[in-house]
Design a protein around this ligand. Structure first.
Ligand SMILES: Cc1cc2nc3c(=O)[nH]c(=O)nc-3n(C[C@H](O)[C@H](O)[C@H](O)COP(=O)(O)OP(=O)(O)OC[C@H]3O[C@@H](n4cnc5c(N)ncnc54)[C@H](O)[C@@H]3O)c2cc1C
Length: 387
């Protein structure tokens, strides 16, 4: 059996859904029936990295492209209901990067200069101001914190569901429980997507397979530099000392991050010892390490009851920047991959530029530094503010 579409999007995570939304709304004016198909191997959309993530949204990055992507995406989250028709609680509690060495202060000061030049009004908070904002934090070893009040957190499930409901209304077909098994090539062009159910003839394929993106690229003979690696999260039971204004805290010295997750706290950390791979199992030593690191900054956590812990896959690139654009040397294949832990917060802007690429327009934001060609050219500029 076979069917056809103009555009097939492989992957029904937040990135594939956002791409489908902007394409269906802006290019097909809501008449996308039969033209745009999302293919997702799981029984539901949003069950991959999207369903495992911490919900953090921030503009405090070290590179202009990431900052611009974030600012445009923050605007989209601020008007999410207007855009998609679904409500979203975007708690703009701010991100607070805590610094306890002079090197960290120098590095965050440099980043703040760039961020401010692009419209991110970062504040430098002294330890007593940090204590006022989040009284439960230990601040005696801190020099200062960088804080941007429009950063915040949102429920990844609500974002994915909002896009899903919108794309269904706009006429996008979503094939769940369907695994992409191959790409049909005619010379250098992709002409169809083979799946566990049927093949789909198409003109354009968008690779939005998250941590599995390199496997999809390989089906067209392309070596895509997206590496899956496990990251873990721990959530506590109720904590009455985490106030409503409690920000997303990133302790730069220990690398741990945590935010209010009603009724308690959500914590995460990138263990540098974790080997690349598809293993997502929850590891007790990893959980303990997250708790120990958080405890250093939040001593009252000692009595907390642990609610849940889980693992999920980051989709990392060698320079921790996304890979967005047409696949070099392959017609009809487009990458929107490798968000390196920032795919939720960058999903709106990513969807917008993919709609531009499909329509043949110049992308509305400069995506030169996300170019798939940069690896072959050796032109890597690393994003340093990664979590
Ligand atoms: C623990 C953790 C915390 C994170 N915290 C944050 C955060 O605070 N903020 C933030 O912005 N980002 C965060 N991230 C990163 C974020 O979750 C990802 O960048 C984002 O979800 C990527 O979205 P995606 O749609 O590309 O990938 P996914 O959500 O993984 O979607 C890809 C989809 O492709 C499907 N697929 C794969 N192969 C095939 C195939 N062969 N056939 C059909 N379907 C296929 C998968 O089933 C999956 O549903 C975090 C990630 C993790 C793991």
């Amino acid at each position: 059996m076979s069917k056809s579409a103009d555009i097939v999007i492989i992957g029904g995570g937040v990135i594939g859904l956002s791409c489908a939304f902007y394409i269906a709304r802006d290019l097909y004016n809501g008449q996308a029936q039969g033209k745009v198909i999302i293919i997702e191997k799981e029984p539901v959309t949003g069950a991959g990295a999207t369903g495992k993530n911490a919900g953090g949204i921030r503009a405090q990055f070290s590179s202009p492209e990431n900052i611009i992507f974030s600012l445009r995406s923050i605007e989209a989250f601020e008007s999410f209901e207007e855009e998609t028709g679904s409500p979203l609680v975007f708690q703009q509690c701010g991100y607070l990067f805590l610094q306890s060495t002079q090197d960290q202060v120098d590095s965050f000061e440099k980043q703040a200069t760039l961020q401010r030049s692009l419209g991110v009004d970062v504040e430098f908070l002294a330890p007593d101001e940090i204590k006022k904002l989040a009284p439960a934090l230990k601040v005696d070893d801190l020099i200062r914190g960088n804080f941007f009040s429009r950063d915040g957190i949102a429920d990844p499930g609500d974002i994915a569901m909002g896009y899903y409901n919108a794309v269904k209304r706009l006429g996008v077909e979503v094939m769940t429980d369907t695994t992409v098994t191959g790409l049909t090539m005619s010379g250098d062009s992709v002409t169809a997507v083979q799946t566990s159910r049927e093949s789909v003839q198409c003109q354009n394929v968008i690779n939005a397979a998250g941590p599995f993106a390199a496997e999809i690229a390989k089906m067209a003979g392309y070596d895509l530099q997206v590496i899956p690696v496990k990251r873990q999260i721990v959530v506590t039971g109720p904590l009455d000392y985490i106030n409503d204004e409690f920000p997303m805290v990133v302790d730069v010295s220990t690398g741990v991050y945590f935010h209010k997750e009603t009724p308690g706290l959500l914590m995460g950390w990138a263990d540098p010892k974790t080997k690349p791979g598809y293993d997502e199992s929850t590891d007790d030593d990893y959980t303990d390490e997250i708790l120990m690191r958080t405890l250093e900054r939040l001593p009252r956590l000692e009595d907390a009851e642990i609610g849940a812990a889980w693992g999920g896959l980051y989709e990392t690139t060698p320079d921790h920047r996304a890979i967005i654009g047409k696949a070099p040397g392959i017609n009809g294949l487009i990458f929107v991959n490798g968000f390196s832990g920032h795919g939720l917060m960058h999903a709106p802007a990513a969807g917008m530029v993919i709609a531009d690429i499909i329509s043949g327009a110049t992308p509305r934001f400069d995506i030169t530094d996300f170019s798939p060609e940069r690896f072959a050219k050796g032109a890597l500029i690393h994003e340093t503010n990664i979590i």
